[in-house]
Design a protein around this ligand. Sequence first.
Ligand SMILES: [Zn+2]
Ligand SMILES: [Zn+2]
Length: 337
Amino acid sequence: MCIRRDSGMTPPRLHEASPLGAAPNAPSAHLMNLPSAASAAPQPPVRLRFDWVNVSFLAFAHVCGVLAVLYLALVHFSWWTLGFALVWGVFCGLSITGGYHRLFAHGAYRASLPLRLFYLMFGAASVQNSALKWASDHRAHHAHTDSDRDPYDIRRGFFWAHIGWVMHKVPGGGVPLVDDLKQDPAVLFQHRYYLPLAFLFGALLPMAIGMCWGDPIGTLLVAGFLRLCVQWHATFCINSLTHMFGRQPYTTRVSARDSAWVALLTFGEGYHNFHHRFQADYRNGVRWFHYDPTKWWIWLMARTGLARGLRRVPADRIEQARRETTAAFALTQDSSR
Ligand SMILES: [Zn+2]
Ligand SMILES: [Zn+2]
């Protein structure tokens, strides 16, 4: 699917924050008694039109996802097909969380060419746009969270943040904020040939592999479309659920929240409050017991030499952020009495 949209936003000043997130020692909006961005009323979208290509493919994929369940239940159940779909789903999932998100969008670590190619291949199979466009949208989300320039602005409601933004065209063009990624020929190649690569790794290759155990149609439906739908909604939950439900231990300046439940669905991406405060840390679940398979994967890749330069926020800065947020919350409680 294209799932392409052009935001048409003017490039924000990405470096107004520290490389690891919020500006150090910056007082919170509550402490300064300023209105947070989240409290401003959203402006109505300008001339938004449906992106019928995306809408059509979303509908088609979901119908095929339902057919996949019926196929498994009523036509032909195969452990091989189911097991392959799970493995393919894990590869695709890690390519979005560890690749598109923590590597390409945030530069939380550096990856060797084989690992980048792995991410770009299975990232294309995840049909969430090219890494370049995905990172461009995501950097805009972090730079303009809870404002009209946030592509998945939660103030427009759950549906918009979850999937509505994918279904609409936004005026403008280009892929701003990602000049660094444009220096990587592998990223540019994937951006240029995104659609054929998505078709190849998302549908054709699973189908061809499924022929090995005589179930190409089942593999296409289950590892192709059912896996795709599950993966989409898991990713979309980060933009919707973790901006609505959960705890805010590290910052109340944005709507992002920590949700262990969403982390279970998303290879650890549910610790979104920590992530918004310290966006270039390779961990989202910062405590050792937090369920964050993506950080374990990145750590494993570093042990094998395929990744290096893992960025971690010092523990005292994390603790300071937690204390600041607790103090700011207590202040708002006092002033509301
Ligand atoms: Zn967010
Ligand atoms: Zn992020």
